[in-house]
Design a protein around this ligand. Structure first.
Ligand code: URA
Length: 210
């Protein structure tokens, strides 16, 4: 993947995103839509995976058939909202290895602080796809990618549902080697760090916590 930013403009993605943005959409529908969109986004983020072939026998004859090459890829959920994207992507790539990065924001320094980090072995040999629905300020995404690189990852992609221009710029500056795949880049962030027009707090909407 060579582009730093890919916006998936497919009509199904855009239609489902509109339903998710609507504040009248209830929690159950929001979760289902996120799972459906995550599969469509996963299709895009895995588009250029390396392939090889293996000999198989169809009922008709032998052939060298295409299969994914290399080690199983690693999906890394940035807690907690990342889990909403993770479920759908895992349905499409059931053999993927899974890791979790937990970060909270220190209210004094406003910097992300790590509270959980558990990732699969051999990150250096895997394609690593970090998932978080909302790329807002970019602070937690940049910190999560920092941690993944420290753990050995060198081939990372970032999958989100919605991005703010500020977050895209911050990621581009800190991690220009990490392509971003998203369904939309919205107008801006508001004073509270929410994406405008956005969809509100993705975690609260998917888990029904507000
Ligand atoms: N996180 C969210 O859940 N929503 C935003 O708009 C920004 C960050």
């Amino acid at each position: 993947m060579t582009d730093h930013l890919t916006i998936v403009t497919h009509p199904l993605v855009q239609h489902k995103l509109t339903l998710m943005r609507d504040k009248a959409t209830p929690t159950g529908d929001f979760r289902r839509l996120l799972r459906e969109i995550s599969q469509l986004l996963a299709y895009e983020v895995t588009r250029e995976l390396p392939m090889t072939t293996k000999p198989i026998e169809t009922p008709i004859e032998e052939m060298d058939a295409p299969v994914l090459a290399g080690k199983k890829l690693a999906l890394i959920s940035i807690l907690r909202a990342g889990n909403g994207l993770l479920d759908g992507v895992l349905e499409l790539i059931p053999g993927a290895r899974v890791g979790f990065v937990g970060l909270y924001r220190d209210e004094e320094t406003l910097q992300p602080v790590q509270y959980y980090f558990k990732v699969p072995d051999g990150l250096e040999d895997r394609l690593v796809i970090a998932v978080d629905p909302m790329l807002a300020t970019g602070n937690s995404s940049v910190a999560a990618i920092d941690l993944l690189k420290k753990a050995g990852a060198n081939n990372i992609r970032f999958l989100c549902l919605l991005a703010a221009p500020e977050g895209v710029a911050r990621m581009r500056e800190a991690h220009p080697d990490v392509p971003i795949v998203t369904a939309a880049v919205d107008k801006k962030l508001n004073a509270k760090g929410y994406i405008v027009p956005g969809l509100g707090d993705a975690g609260d909407r998917m888990f029904g916590t507000k």
